[in-house]
Design a protein around this ligand. Structure first.
Ligand code: PMV
Length: 348
């Protein structure tokens, strides 16, 4: 043992696959170090995943060699800072060098949040390694969630399958700001087939990063009411998950997405991430819903793309609608056929 750690005497390599997630109740605004101002609720996706492998080389000094799709990446600097932060808690990270390889199953340029799956998979690899030679017993996923949060807040929800909650709420005693928890309660079976069609409106560079967006919430005039609304929406949404009320579920998801963007428009300085085609898609979704009575709706991340939410049993009609009426509004007619997934998988 050295400093309470088992001696690391050989190279070890682990690899994990971790999905991206989409929030239904949005995290927007943070305090201290990556702690959320309000609780959020998301579900993990099935097809939008990152695979990361981490090899540790003993006798090093915490040096990071990070490749994305086999090439050097701008992400490397962020990963180095991430390792530096974690090494305060996990001293072994200063005694090894790292070789990391990461790739996404979805196009990097698609404009969908890849930092959640990237930091989720990286944190799972590191927590897995940690469990091999650090003393004490900590749940692997709990630790990975807490570590993923330090890389990107929303990443802490990606290390679980199905629905996850992050942030203090009276609803769940175990929910806290440091890490997410999986929602293991009696979820109504209608949500088993929850689908998310990611309609790629624009893959261009965002006007403002999400970390700057979070920061601007500090001075937003509506900050207090937004936090109160997120708590209310969390209660309401959780109730729909128990009762299977699809309509109320979609109403809350849409209200959350619009509030998130309203917060951006009321920040100082204000900013708008939606594009004309984002609004046109929303309009067409509403008209289709009125016309067909099929339960479908939308949510939106910090960007212009629209996540069309619907249910497995309506797949044929909804996908015909997407192809016939929505793809002409997407960049290069691109969309991702996704839905709720079972969470991360250890590859090696
Ligand atoms: O994890 P970050 O810092 O990229 O923030 C993500 C915030 C939203 O995606 C807009 C909402 C959420 O809860 O995921």
């Amino acid at each position: 043992m050295m400093n309470g750690l088992r001696k690391i005497s050989k190279r070890i390599q682990v690899a994990w696959q971790c999905p991206s997630n989409i929030a239904l109740v949005k995290y927007w605004g943070k305090r201290d170090f990556q702690l959320p101002e309000n609780p959020s609720l998301s579900f993990s996706l099935k097809n939008s995943v990152t695979e990361t492998s981490v090899e540790i080389i003993p006798g090093g000094s915490g040096k990071v060699d990070f490749l994305f799709d086999g090439r050097e990446s701008v992400f490397a600097q962020r990963v180095e800072t991430f390792i530096d932060r974690l090494s305060v808690e996990a001293g072994w990270m200063r005694k090894v060098d790292f070789r990391m390889d990461s790739k996404n199953t979805f196009p990097h340029s698609a404009g969908i949040a890849s930092s959640a799956s990237a930091f989720g998979s990286l944190a799972l690899c590191l927590a897995d390694l940690d469990s091999m030679f650090s003393k004490g017993e900590t749940d692997l996923y709990a630790r990975a969630s807490s570590w993923a949060r330090m890389g990107s807040g929303s990443a802490c929800r990606s290390v679980f399958g199905g629905f996850a909650i992050w942030g203090k709420t009276n609803l769940f005693e175990l929910a806290g700001d440091e890490q997410a928890i999986p929602l293991n309660g009696p979820i109504h079976p209608v949500f088993k087939g929850l689908k998310d069609a990611v309609l790629l409106v624009s893959s261009g560079e965002k006007e403002i990063s999400s970390s700057k967006g979070h920061q601007l919430m500090e001075t937003n005039l509506f900050k207090r009411s937004r936090i109160a609304q997120a708590h209310e929406h969390l209660y309401g949404l959780y109730l729909t998950l128990l009762t299977g009320d699809k309509q109320a579920f979609l109403e809350i998801a849409e209200a959350e997405a619009l509030s998130l963007h309203a917060m951006m428009m009321t920040s100082n300085p204000p900013f708008i991430l939606l594009k004309p085609n984002s609004l046109e898609i929303i309009q067409r979704i509403k008209l289709f819903r009125e016309r067909t009575k099929i339960p479908l709706g939308f949510t939106i991340d910090a960007g212009p793309n629209i996540h069309l939410l619907y249910f497995q049993e309506n797949k044929t009609e909804v996908q015909t609608f997407i192809e016939g009426e929505l793809l002409s509004l997407c960049e290069d007619r691109r969309w991702i056929d996704d839905g709720m997934g079972d969470g991360p998988v250890k590859i090696s």
